[in-house]
Write a protein that binds this ligand. Sequence first.
Ligand SMILES: Cc1cc2nc3c(=O)[nH]c(=O)nc-3n(C[C@H](O)[C@H](O)[C@H](O)COP(=O)(O)OP(=O)(O)OC[C@H]3O[C@@H](n4cnc5c(N)ncnc54)[C@H](O)[C@@H]3O)c2cc1C
Length: 475
Amino acid sequence: MATPFVVIGGDAAGLSAASKCKRESPDREVVVFERGQWVSYAHCGEPYFVKGEVDKLENLLSLTPADVAERDIDLRRGHEVVAVDPDTDTVTVAGPDEEFEQPYGDLLVATGARAVTGPIEGSGLDGSFPLHGLDDAAAMRAFLLDPSEDALADVGGEEYVDRERVERFGAMDPPETAAIVGGGYVGVEMAEALSAHGLDVHVFQRSDHLLVPFGEAVGEVVADEFRERGVTLHLNEEVARLAGEGRVERLECGDGTALDTDLAVVGVGVTPNTDLLDGTGIECGERGAVTVDEHGRTSAEGVYAAGDCAEDDHTVTGESVWVPLGLTANRAGRAVGSTVAGDPTPVGSIAGTAVVKAFEEECGRVGLLEDGARAAGFDPVSETLTAGSRSGYYPGAAETTVTLVADRASERLLGGAIVGTDRAAVRIDTVATALEADMTVGELERADLAYAPPFSPVWDPILVAAKVLNGKLKN
Ligand SMILES: Cc1cc2nc3c(=O)[nH]c(=O)nc-3n(C[C@H](O)[C@H](O)[C@H](O)COP(=O)(O)OP(=O)(O)OC[C@H]3O[C@@H](n4cnc5c(N)ncnc54)[C@H](O)[C@@H]3O)c2cc1C
């Protein structure tokens, strides 16, 4: 019998790989080590759980441990892989009772990423949350409850949740003010979530606009939406520290600006969990994510990497990049599962397609916007315009702002961004598809997109932007 397919990490990439391998090769032994108690969970739903739109933690699970066992996958929760040895094809595992060696035939590193707190002092104080994991989300929601309520019953997930943490935060007086450090997608989603609880919400962002990867046009619309909703924006503010006696009481910026606050969300970025590969010789890129080939293979024989801990080839540039997102983690894991089972399957490229909701505004981005395109060596031409989302006479039409970017010489489409309240986010998928197909702006302009008054004007906002950008390229 072949030595097992060993997977490190029991979430999107890891369990997609384990499930696919088991489906295609039922006789193969598949062992998954997960250091936490949660498996197959949706980080992406955490802000909506804190907001209260998702009722219980267990609603954020795709598969329970019992479902995984039914697939005949040997899932070991509470088991942390602490070392990988590609010379002997073994991993060292710290289990609840003992440390042991596990041989592998194939190994998938699917360890994801962790939140960083940057150089912000005091981010370990009680009341400061990174929001990376269901236990952070549970503790934050417990904190928002009145102490007379039963926090454990409210959050659910009792089989797996960190009960002590939930009870501790549940017993505290609920916060009245929230400081969100970082105006990226976690910060933006949390601003909406915490406003829904009636908190006085402040967002601190070190650059001059929110949602930097979505471009300035999107950032400005979201900033207006935030102000309208009562969220206070502190742009161009670098947070230096969180201070307080045992728990967060104050936020301080480098320029002396300060805010009294009793809750802080630090959403300043993530870094790949690849420390366990230090010294193995497995190649990593400059951000620390594992470099892989088109099938997710690392530089070590029989070792694969997928998801937030791995790089992917960029759809537009073909360069290896690190863009940690959900679909690509699931897709790469599934592809590795097939490959390991004997059906070599490409992990696919990544265009950085991302969508986020900011109260009623829906934002999307894909590919390279102007700065990214210039940095990649293109001579970018871009167009930003606002068009209607439906026929003007049809109820519900809303302004939709679209940016498209193209390369001057080849007229190839390089990327785009969109914002609006009426199904704007899903429209970015048209641009993502065009990038995948390597289309020029002219080809996109001639795409036969659907039209009927309740859904779109005759010229969809993406087509309007393509038409105007094409005109610009021709002049
Ligand atoms: C708040 C939030 C919102 C998000 N929203 C979106 C969204 O809307 N859209 C989107 O595309 N993406 C979103 N993401 C990103 C998305 O969740 C990730 O891209 C996805 O979860 C990556 O899956 P993964 O399996 O690679 O890593 P993870 O989900 O991080 O799983 C890795 C697992 O490995 C385990 N592990 C790590 N090291 C070890 C070890 N040494 N031994 C054993 N186990 C280990 C970890 O405990 C973890 O369970 C969001 C993320 C967060 C935090």
